[in-house]
Every structure is written in C-alpha cells, then in structure tokens.
Write a protein that binds this ligand. Structure first.
Ligand code: DP6
Length: 338
C-alpha cells in the first residue's frame, strides 16, 4: 500500500527564548512564540511499505545531501516512539515560501512540516482522524527534531516547557495559549541585515549554555519573563510585551558573548537598527519593538500601524542587505494541503 500527503507549516518568532537544553531535547526554561503567516515550509511526503527505513529527498527539486542526512537521522530517532516508521520507504520533497539564505531560520517550519506529514501518514495507515491528540503528538515529534519546531504545529501564541503558571505545560510538547485581542494582528517585519550562513549552529549555542557562568541566572530570568509576558498577553499591555521581547533578545546575544568559547552574531547594522528603534519610540511614543533570533537579522514587532510601517520602509531599509525586508505577521498555523 502507498500513502501520501502534503503539509505547509510556518516558522515562528520566540519572544521568550529557548537557549539551553538537557536530556533528549528538553528545554532549560519555558519559551513563548507566535507563529508567522507567510514564512512557511511545504513538505510533500509519500511512502511505500518496505523492509527497512529508506529516504529519497529533494529540496526545491534538487538533491540536497546535507538535509537528506538530517531527515534520515530524525526519522530514525522517531522510530523510538513510532516504530512503524522503520518499515517505510519515504519519498520527500520540500520547498520554502521564503528565499533560501534569506536569514529566516527554516528549522522550525521544516521540522514541524516533516512531523505533521509523517504523523499524517501513520494516521492514514491506521485509519485515524486528525484530532487534538494528533497535534500534540506532532509537536512532540517536532520537538525531537528541533526544539523551536514544537511551537510551530499550532497557530498564534504557543508555550513550550514546564511552568507552574500553566496547568498543561510540558517539556515534551508545546501548547497553544490564549491572549488579548490587542495581539490578534501583531506584525513581524524581518529586516535582513545579512543572509550569510550562520557561523555557529543553534545546537552548539545551546550546548555552550552547559558551561556558561550565567546559565542559572538566565534560566531564572526566563521564568520571570515568562510570568510577566503571560500577564501582558492577558491584559493586552503591548508596551510591557515589547519591553520583555527586547530584554529577551538582548539577553540571548549577551549569553553568546559570555560563552566559552564566545561568539557574537549581531552586525553593525543590527546594532544601528536597535538604536534607531529605541530613538523612534522615545520620539513618537509609538509601540515599535525588536526581537532577534540566533542571527544578525532584526524582527520588528508592532501592532498594525501605517506610520510605523512607513518608518521601517523609509528609514530602516538602509541598514538591510539589498533592501531586504519581509513583512510578516501572526498566522493561524499549519495546513494540510492534500
Ligand atoms: C534563538 O530550535 O533551532 O531561535 O533544538 O537545537 O534545533 P535545536 O535549536 P533551535 O533553537 C532556537 C533558538 C532561538 C530561540 C527560540 O526559538 O526559542
């Protein structure tokens, strides 16, 4: 018997950052993100029953040995939890809606899409309907592939990692969280400062937290920020939300500077944008804030506002590489396409 499916799954942007892990992909602190709308990966997966696990893979219609090896490794790891995977021969093709090397991290979108598509196949084989349990399992599998991917199987705001503040929170998978309507249309304009390949992988960055002098203080800080962000999300306080977002981004990059060996991913223009955003906010009192992933590109967070958008397009574009800005926003999550 053969089975096939196609899923699209978006990237997400963390406001409370996951940085540091233990055991089998468990986070050292809870993290909170919102799922994006436009920046997605699309995975088409078909399988045939076979004696052993086999993978054929193309990315945007071309062979990609590096990513194929990563997918094989992940599917093997998933066999510990879904042993049927070991009896399938996979034909996988994927693409992204954002340009390659655009500086957008593709691991959250691609690993969540792979988890959803693979689990969909297993569900088809067992004649099961896609239900809440399906998404819970998909988030669990996505986490094993890449921590941040666990938060992409749902739309809007999600939390991953155990916290006493949320009853059903877990280190194993992410959960959707409720939020005030002030965040319903939150924007994320991504300013591409550099699209160069990352010098340091996130995995190595996480590992360096094991010996970072400030690690425990950082995990405590993230827990406090989680509590404050949940509060801001509930009350609709956008300025409090933005203040925490910036503090988290600055901490993340400070941790890189204080790792041994240390590294630093921000560029001169990343710092220029950070300073301009602060100056603009002080001058206009408008709610424009930044957050930053493990790279030099700056995510600008704000409620829909034409004044802010034209400030970005006219004043901040000069700090980007080849005028590259991706205007994205909060999205509703993955979709089964066929
Ligand atoms: C800075 O999820 O990419 O974006 O679990 O090793 O795949 P792995 O790491 P990854 O780390 C993301 C780090 C971050 C913060 C975040 O998204 O929470």
């Amino acid at each position: 018997m053969s089975f096939q499916t196609r899923w699209s799954s978006p990237s997400n942007i963390a406001i409370i950052k996951y940085w540091g892990k233990f055991g089998r992909q468990f986070p050292c602190n809870p993290s909170i993100s919102f799922t994006l709308n436009k920046s997605k990966s699309i995975f088409e997966v078909s399988v045939l029953e076979s004696n052993s696990l086999a993978v054929n893979y193309t990315f945007e219609n071309e062979n990609n040995d590096k990513f194929k090896a990563r997918i094989e490794k992940i599917l093997k790891a998933w066999c510990d939890f879904e042993p049927e995977i070991a009896t399938l021969s996979f034909n996988i093709s994927s693409s992204n809606t954002f340009p390659h090397s655009s500086g957008i991290a593709s691991s959250a979108s691609s690993m969540s899409a792979l988890a959803l598509a693979t689990l969909d196949i297993l569900y088809q084989k067992k004649n099961l309907d896609i239900d809440r349990e399906f998404y819970k399992k998909a988030s669990f599998l996505a986490r094993l592939a890449s921590g941040s991917a666990s938060r992409s199987v749902y739309g809007e705001f999600n939390l991953w990692g155990e916290t006493e503040l949320m009853n059903n929170s877990s280190n194993e998978e992410a959960i959707p969280i409720s939020f005030h309507e002030n965040f319903k249309h939150i924007q994320d304009s991504i300013l591409i400062v550099s699209s160069d390949e990352k010098e340091i992988s996130s995995s190595l960055g996480h590992e360096l937290m094991n010996s970072n002098y400030f690690a425990q203080t950082r995990f405590d800080q993230a827990r406090e920020n989680t509590r404050d962000l949940l509060n801001a999300l509930e009350t609709g306080d956008f300025d409090h939300f933005g203040t925490i977002a910036e503090a988290e981004a600055r901490s993340l990059h400070a941790l890189m500077l204080t790792s041994e060996p240390w590294f630093f991913l921000l560029k001169e223009n990343s710092l220029n944008i950070m300073a301009k955003v602060r100056e603009y906010r002080q001058k206009t009192q408008r709610p424009l804030y930044f957050t930053i992933d493990a790279g030099p590109n700056i995510h600008l967070i704000y409620p829909p506002d034409n004044e802010i958008k034209s400030f970005i397009d006219s004043e901040l574009i000069q700090y980007t590489e080849n005028n590259k800005i991706i205007h994205d926003e909060i999205g509703l999550g993955p979709e089964k396409l066929s």
